[in-house]
Every structure is written in structure tokens, then in C-alpha cells.
Design a protein around this ligand. Structure first.
Ligand SMILES: Nc1ncnc2c1ncn2[C@@H]1O[C@H](COP(=O)(O)OP(=O)(O)O)[C@@H](O)[C@H]1O
Ligand SMILES: [Mg+2]
Length: 346
């Protein structure tokens, strides 16, 4: 049985650009899929197809049990969407925007008011709640847009780069809200440029690049494939390198052409790709100690998004700027009524 979000062979071209070049997805009900990829990978295009905003050239998609191409209206009733193309009403206050969404979805006025208050608090908008959205900075708009998408919890939710442009504190706040949403049974497809975010929130990750899924798996599987997680040890004296190498070799895992201990003689630094995290680090320290190797420095280096991309694609991911409090962010002011999927397919 296909999952809550299912896609098969999605292709979408814009002129010469193959924004989607045969994408397959299958997201089991109640889980989070992280669509991870650099700018221009095709993430937004995928979300737009799945949310009925854009017709693919070919392929098939089923969301919440409904065929996206055959019955887009019914799909729209069952999904929520937030992200780069959703927008808030400029001329309403933050609070009014959220209450209006609640009422659109037939919440009782009282409940909508309570929910709006909670969300404003959650996204650090309480102080600005009664100002018109027109006066909000890019980052504030973005947070309001996210809050609007969370007023009601639909069975299937799409979030397109929800935390791009947010500062760490607001990013954390959103992560909490997302976890609550998923704990409540919502299936979520989330796009992101941040491995850390996918790591934190997603059960499964699809890495996309140039319209294709180039890797998929859990975050641990991807990291192991990337060979990015490694232990780095600086030993106290050159004479200890050989013993340290012997210990580290026992922990080495084979990634893509990795698995051996590499040694930088002049800095007395040894590096080995591992899987197992901080717990493993404690074991390594104990074993080095047991053979009399003194350690000047030891650390676990986790793969960054750059490591993953470099390893998978041979090119480095670009990132957008973080929230600065000014006219940052990539929310698109001016769009109307996009807080849930309402636009017609192109
Ligand atoms: N409406 C459009 N017209 C022309 N090209 C587009 C359009 N939308 C997306 N593209 C192109 O398709 C590719 C994928 O874009 P997009 O899905 O927005 O990527 P992402 O969201 O991963 O950054 C990019 O090369 C982009 O320039
Ligand atoms: Mg995008």
C-alpha cells in the first residue's frame, strides 16, 4: 500500500531545465520525509506538484490517498502547506491572520483565538501580535506564515524550507512545533538545505540534486555512506602514532572508498571514519589509554551538509543567509491567500 505521500516518475521541465527528472517518493503515514538538497535541486518544484499547484509533465502522485492529478480539490482539503510561496495578509495583524485561518477551517472563534495566542507565543511574535503584518520584518513574516500553516493540523503537511532564514532560537521553536505535529499523527514532507535539520526531524531522507533523488535512507545510513563522521585524535608524541593507529583501525568503517586510518605525521593527527557517535568516542579513549597512548586532543567530527554533498555530487551546497532581523528571508510579500493550498494549478 502506498504511503500518505506517494510519487512515481515525476518529471517537470522548464525550458531546458529538468527541475524534476524522474522523482519517486513514498512516505509512510505518520512519518517525516526530509527532502534535502541545495538551491535549484528541485525541492520546491516537487512540493508544488504534490500540493497540486503545478502539473508535472509526466508521472503520478497520490497524497492522502487521493490522486493529485485526478482530484486536486480533494487533495487540497486534506493537506497543509507552508513555505516559500505561501503568504500572509499584509493588512491584518499577526493575530487576525491566524484567527482568520482558524475560521476558514471552521474552528470555533474561541478556539481559533486560543490557538492563535499559543502560536504567536511559540514563534516569538507575541509582542508584535497586534501590529499589521505589513510592519513585520522578513523573518517575522516567515514565522507568521509558518504559524498560519499550523493553526489546524491536517493529516498531511508540506513545509518548504521552513527554517531557512530563521535564527537558531526560532529554528528550535519550530522544531518543537513540528515534533508535536508529527506526534499527533501528521505525515510531513519537509524540504531543507540543512543536514542537521533533516537529521533532527526526519525519519527518512531523500537527497535531491538536479531533479533527481541521488541518495535515500535514514540519516545514519547517509552519514555512513558519506563516510563523513570521523574520530580525530592528536597523540602526544610521534612514537605513539603506531599504537594509536592499531586501536583506531578497529573502529574504522568502510564508506565510499574510506575505512582506513589516515595519519598526518607532522601534526600527530590520526583520522578514521566511524559510525556510532559519542558513545564510541568514550570507547576509543579507553582503548587508547589501555595501550598507553596519551591524547592531546580527540573529537568526533560529524558530517556537515557540505560533506554529504561533496561526497555525493562533487559540488558544494550553497546556503542562504540567516535571519538578521532586517529585510531578510525569502518570504514573498504581496502574495495573497496562500497560507493553505488555494491557487489553481498552472
Ligand atoms: N517557474 C519556473 N520557471 C522556470 N524555471 C524554474 C521555475 N521554477 C523552478 N525553476 C527551475 O527549476 C530548478 C529547480 O527549482 P526549485 O524546484 O525551485 O529548486 P529548489 O527549491 O530545490 O531550490 C531550478 O533550476 C529553477 O531555476
Ligand atoms: Mg525551493
Amino acid at each position: 500500500m502506498p504511503g500518505a505521500i506517494y510519487a512515481e516518475g515525476l518529471v517537470k521541465t522548464f525550458g531546458d531545465v529538468r527541475a524534476l527528472d524522474g522523482v519517486d517518493l513514498d512516505v509512510p503515514e505518520g512519518t517525516v520525509l526530509g527532502l534535502l538538497g541545495p538551491n535549484g535541486a528541485g525541492k520546491t518544484t516537487a512540493v508544488r506538484v504534490l500540493t497540486t499547484l503545478l502539473r508535472p509533465d509526466s508521472g503520478r502522485a497520490v497524497v492522502a490517498g487521493i490522486d493529485v492529478l485526478k482530484d486536486p480539490d480533494e487533495v487540497r482539503r486534506r493537506i497543509g502547506l507552508s513555505g516559500q510561496f505561501a503568504a500572509v495578509d499584509e493588512y491584518l495583524t499577526g493575530r487576525e491572520n491566524l484567527q482568520m485561518v482558524g475560521q476558514l477551517y471552521q474552528m470555533r472563534a474561541k478556539d481559533a483565538k486560543v490557538r492563535a495566542g499559543e502560536l504567536l507565543e511559540r514563534f516569538n511574535l507575541a509582542d508584535a501580535a497586534d501590529r499589521t503584518a505589513k510592519t513585520y520584518s522578513g523573518g517575522m513574516r516567515r514565522r507568521l506564515d509558518l504559524a498560519a500553516a499550523l493553526v489546524v493540523s491536517p493529516p498531511v503537511m508540506f513545509m518548504d524550507e521552513p527554517t531557512t532564514g530563521l535564527d537558531p532560537r526560532n529554528r528550535q521553536g519550530l522544531w518543537e512545533v513540528i515534533k508535536e505535529l508529527v506526534a499527533g499523527g501528521t505525515t510531513l514532507l519537509l524540504t531543507t538545505q540543512y543536514l542537521e535539520e533533516a537529521d533532527h526531524l526526519a525519519h527518512d531522507i531523500c537527497v535531491v540534486d538536479r531533479g533527481k533523488v541521488i541518495a535515500r535512507g535514514t540519516s545514519d545510513q547517509l552519514k555512513a555512506q558519506t563516510g563523513g563522521e570521523r574520530v580525530e585524535v592528536v597523540v602526544h608524541a610521534p612514537g605513539m602514532i603506531a599504537d594509536a593507529r592499531g586501536v583506531l583501525a578497529r573502529y574504522g568503517i568502510a564508506g565510499i572508498g574510506h575505512g582506513e586510518v589516515s595519519v598526518e605525521e607532522h601534526t600527530r593527527k590520526l583520522t578514521v571514519p566511524v559510525a556510532g557517535g559519542a558513545k564510541l568516542l568514550a570507547e576509543v579513549i579507553r582503548d587508547l589509554d589501555a595501550v598507553g597512548v596519551e591524547i592531546d586532543d580527540i573529537g568526533l567530527r560529524r558530517p556537515t551538509l557540505d560533506d554529504v554533498f561533496l561526497s555525493l555530487t562533487g559540488h558544494v551546497a550553497e546556503r542562504e543567509a540567516e535571519e538578521t532581523g532586517g529585510s531578510d528571508g525569502d518570504s514573498r510579500p504581496g502574495g495573497r491567500g496562500g497560507r493553505r493550498v488555494k491557487e489553481a494549478a498552472e
